[in-house]
Write a protein of this length. Structure first.
Length: 194
């Protein structure tokens, strides 16, 4: 078994690290010297960057922004509540129900050999632009239904959207139909009705 001695490189390093720990005075002196070295390097760095004319990595000064004070009007009304307004089911727009019927019919129509791109292209006129890429990733062979078996029925109606149940021969679809423009209704999502 080797005997540890203070000889060699590791002994020299150990001596350097142990020296400040032999007394509290040495330890404080080393800390003060170390703080002086760090402060000196920082000062030289800022002095050199100010002499070169640009600051590397420093943020530009923030310009003054004028302050605007709003004067409340005498008859200010409170802001409207943010809760969505539920409308009666009879208020469901016929145009939106028609889009739901046509979308569900195109969804269920997937003859053998039809590709996902062909199937989603049939749904495109009735689908929002944001939802089309989701439909393009669906394999039509996984669609369980082959035909719509009844009329669409609104189950939740809001001013610019509604949920519609459409029965098919395998499942009942629940479609989210949203208004994307004046009188322009599109399907923005579907799921199985519970």
């Amino acid at each position: 078994m080797p005997i540890r001695t203070r000889r060699g490189r590791s002994g020299a390093y150990r001596g350097l690290w142990e020296w400040p720990l032999h007394s509290p005075v040495r330890f404080v002196v080393v800390l003060v010297l170390l703080a002086g070295v760090v402060a000196g390097v920082a000062y030289v760095g800022t002095w050199a960057s100010s002499r070169s004319g640009h600051t590397s990595g420093a943020l530009a000064p923030v310009p003054d922004v004028p302050t605007v004070t709003a004067v409340p009007s005498a008859a200010a009304s409170p802001p409207p509540e943010l809760t969505p307004a539920n409308l009666p089911l009879s208020a469901a727009p016929q145009a939106a129900l028609g889009v739901a019927q046509r979308w569900a019919t195109a969804w269920a129509d997937h003859p053998a050999g039809v590709t996902g791109a062909q199937w989603s292209q049939r749904l495109a006129p009735y689908t929002t632009d944001e939802y089309l890429p989701v439909l393009a990733s669906v394999d039509p062979a996984n669609v369980p239904s082959s035909r719509v078996t009844g009329p669409p029925r609104a189950v939740e109606v809001h001013p610019d959207s509604l949920r519609v149940d459409v029965p098919t021969d395998a499942v009942t679809l629940q479609l989210l139909v949203v208004q994307v423009g004046a009188g322009d209704w599109r399907v923005a999502g579907y799921d199985r009705a519970s």
